[in-house]
Design a binder for this molecule. Structure first.
Ligand code: G3P
Ligand code: MG
Length: 232
C-alpha cells in the first residue's frame, strides 16, 4: 500500500448504521466506499460464523455461548433487522471483490478452518491480497495461513510488541486508539509495518490519526471518514 494512503475499514461492517457483522452492515460499508471491512469469527461444528461476542445475548435474540449451540440454532436467530448471523463463506461470496476483508480470529481453533476456506476461495479466483487475518491471540494468529497478510492486534502497550509482530511476520500492527501516538506509528513504519487503529468513531479523531501517519482506521461510521483530505 502506498505510504500516502489512509484507508477506511468498516468495523463489523458499517455497524453504526446497520446491525454489526451482518450482510446488511457489510453492504452499507461498501455503499459508503470502504475499501475494507472487518469482521469477527467463531467456529461451530466446522462452520465459521461471523459474530463478535462469545455470547449471543447482546447482538441476537438468542442466549448462551455461541460455541455451545448448534449451527442450526445459530442460523435461526435474528442478528438485528431480521438478518441472520452470517457464515464467513456467505460474506465472502456477497462482498465478491467489492472490498477487501479483514477476518479477526475471535474464537479458539478458528485459524485452520479460515485457512481452508480461504484456500478454497483462492482456488476459485479470489486473490490472496483481498484478505487480512488478525487476532489478539497471537498463538492463534501464528497458525494463520502464511499466504495471507497478518495483523497483530494489541489493546495495550507491551514492550515485546515489535518482537511479537516480527515473529508473526505481520503485515500490520492493529492498535487500540488510546495507545496510538506519533512515536509508535513512526517506530512501526521504520520496522516496515502498516498501522491500523480501532475503533475510531469521530471525524476529528480520524483526522488526528491521519496526521500522525496512521495507515487506516476501523470505524463504525464510514460516513465520518475524511475521504477527500490527503494525509499531511
Ligand atoms: O480488529 C479491530 C477490532 O475489531 C478489535 O476489537 O473487540 O472490536 O473485535 P473488537
Ligand atoms: Mg473485531
Amino acid at each position: 500500500m502506498p505510504k500516502d494512503e489512509f484507508i477506511c475499514i468498516g468495523h463489523r461492517g458499517a455497524s453504526g448504521h446497520a446491525p454489526e457483522n451482518t450482510l446488511k452492515a457489510f453492504e452499507r460499508a461498501i455503499d459508503m466506499g470502504c475499501p475494507w471491512v472487518e469482521l469477527d469469527v467463531y467456529v461451530v461444528d466446522g462452520e465459521l460464523l461471523v459474530i463478535h461476542d462469545e455470547k449471543l445475548n447482546r447482538t441476537t435474540n438468542g442466549s448462551g455461548f455461541v460455541e455451545a449451540q448448534t449451527v442450526e440454532y445459530l442460523r435461526s436467530l435474528d442478528a438485528g433487522d431480521g438478518e441472520k448471523i452470517p457464515l464467513l463463506a456467505e460474506v465472502i461470496e456477497r462482498v465478491k471483490h467489492r472490498c477487501k476483508i479483514n477476518i479477526e480470529l475471535k474464537g479458539p481453533n478458528t485459524a485452520e478452518p479460515v485457512n481452508a476456506l480461504l484456500d478454497d476461495f483462492i482456488a476459485k479466483g479470489w486473490r490472496e491480497d483481498e484478505f487480512m487475518i488478525s487476532s489478539f491471540d497471537h498463538e492463534l494468529l501464528a497458525a494463520a495461513s502464511p499466504r495471507i497478510k497478518r495483523g497483530a492486534l494489541f489493546h495495550k502497550h507491551v514492550d515485546s510488541m515489535f518482537e511479537r509482530a516480527d515473529k508473526l511476520n505481520a503485515y500490520a500492527i492493529n492498535l487500540a486508539q488510546k495507545m496510538t501516538d506519533t512515536e509508535i506509528v513512526a517506530q512501526a513504519h521504520e520496522k516496515g509495518y502498516q498501522v491500523f487503529v480501532y475503533t475510531v468513531n469521530t471525524h476529528d479523531e480520524m483526522l488526528a490519526l491521519k496526521n500522525m501517519g496512521v495507515d487506516g482506521v476501523f470505524t463504525n461510521f464510514p460516513d465520518l471518514f475524511p475521504w477527500d483530505k490527503p494525509k499531511q
